[in-house]
Design a protein around this ligand. Structure first.
Ligand code: ADP
Ligand code: ZN
Length: 298
């Protein structure tokens, strides 16, 4: 059995792991995201310490990222609000430091790919993975391929209609104010309500607006990509009651326009959580490496 490395490179923390081509984790560690030099240094050190020879490393990273292989800045984090991470060559520095081939994609595409290989999207070829964490982002597979396009999708910045309750809140996105991320991310909830999302009780009005925003985002994605399933991950989705509220709002907003039983009769298996749970990001990163440099065992 071949052994691979994975990095879930997040804006808050980095998760590094060793796993195999069957999606089993062998070793996992995490540390806070500080400066690029320190954080990438720790990442390289983790992989160099391993006794098992790694075949390759996959990275799922926060962005925006340059993942266009033809670009001179291929493999770098580009215009992130985290100023000291701008223009950091993540792929190149880890490849050079560890000395094995590295594949890089967005954190959300990596997560989507993890679900495709070993999770809730195994039988699909077109689906969306949306994370509602500190920020909001989405990855997609379309007709069996991860979607990149011009740069990569930025599903968290979809414009949504404001909820009447939110008329006093400007939204936290520095670019758009009240986009999906600006209004419905974990950071937005904290800024809007003065407490962390995990502390907001289920009957708090925050969740009425939250499910309204997320449902709008999902409805747009359904119209544009016609996904066979929508997977919702990220810290905020630990509030499990959100799923049913989002499902019913999505049904309301679609208003029977999309004539598929998958939505009309099976909404509970249409909008779901990642079956890989909180390991979706790191397993997805490993899956990217296995897929490019080896063979996935399903
Ligand atoms: P990140 O997006 O930083 O990679 P997460 O996906 O864990 O990481 O998301 C962190 C966000 O999720 C924070 O805004 C946090 O307040 C929120 N969060 C974490 N746990 C919960 C929970 N149980 N319920 C609601 N929100 C949560
Ligand atoms: Zn925005």
């Amino acid at each position: 059995m071949e052994v691979y490395g994975g990095v879930e490179a997040g804006g808050t923390k980095f998760v590094c792991a060793i796993g195999n081509d069957a999606g089993e984790l062998i070793k996992i560690t995490q540390f806070p995201t500080t400066t690029p030099a320190e954080t990438i240094g720790k990442t390289i050190a983790f992989f160099l310490e391993q006794e098992l020879p790694l075949k390759a490393i996959g990275i799922g990273a926060f962005g925006p990222l340059d993942i266009n292989p033809g670009s001179p800045f291929f493999g770098t984090i580009t215009s992130t609000p985290k100023a000291n991470w701008r223009n950091t060559n993540l792929l190149g520095s880890i490849e050079k430091g560890v000395g094995v081939p590295v594949v890089l994609d967005t954190d959300v595409n990596a997560a989507a790919f993890g679900e495709y290989c070993w999770g809730n999207a195994r039988d699909l070829d077109t689906f969306v993975y949306l994370t509602i964490g500190t920020g909001i982002g989405g990855g997609a597979m379309v007709n069996g391929k991860l979607l990149h396009g011009l740069l990569h999708p930025e599903m968290g910045h979809i414009k949504v209609q404001r909820h009447s309750q939110d008329d006093v809140f400007n939204g936290i996105c520095p670019y758009h104010g009240d986009c999906l991320e600006g209004l419905a991310s974990g950071a937005a909830l904290e800024s809007r309500w003065g407490m962390k999302a995990e502390q907001l009780p289920a009957d708090h009005p925050a969740w009425i607006a939250e499910s309204f925003y997320l449902a709008q985002g999902i409805v747009h994605l359904i119209y544009i990509l016609s996904p066979q399933r929508v997977i919702l991950g990220g810290g905020v989705m630990h509030q499990k009651f959100l799923f049913n509220r989002i499902r019913s709002q999505v049904l309301n907003m679609l208003n029977n326009y999309i004539q598929s039983d998958k939505i009309l009769k099976e909404i509970d298996t249409y909008i779901v959580s990642p079956s890989l749970g909180d390991e979706v990001g790191i397993l997805g990163a490993i899956a990217l490496a296995v897929n490019k440099f080896g063979e996935i065992i399903l």
